[in-house]
Design a protein around this ligand. Sequence first.
Ligand SMILES: [Zn+2]
Length: 73
Amino acid sequence: MKVYSVRCPDCGFMNRGLYLEETGGWFECEFCGSVDYAGSGVEVYVESEGMTPESSAGRAAPLRRAASAVSAS
Ligand SMILES: [Zn+2]
């Protein structure tokens, strides 16, 4: 489950900790209360993809190997 940050297209407030996958991309702005769809023209950032040790280890390992391979050559 990814956690998203979305900038409200109406007031510019950055809404953090949103679970857009649960709402199908809809969110309610915490500042102005408007309900918007996180589609085109809306700034959407992925905060995290879950903090489980398995997912973080699986992501970090290939990156470390690639970095060492570059420095060795
Ligand atoms: Zn807003």
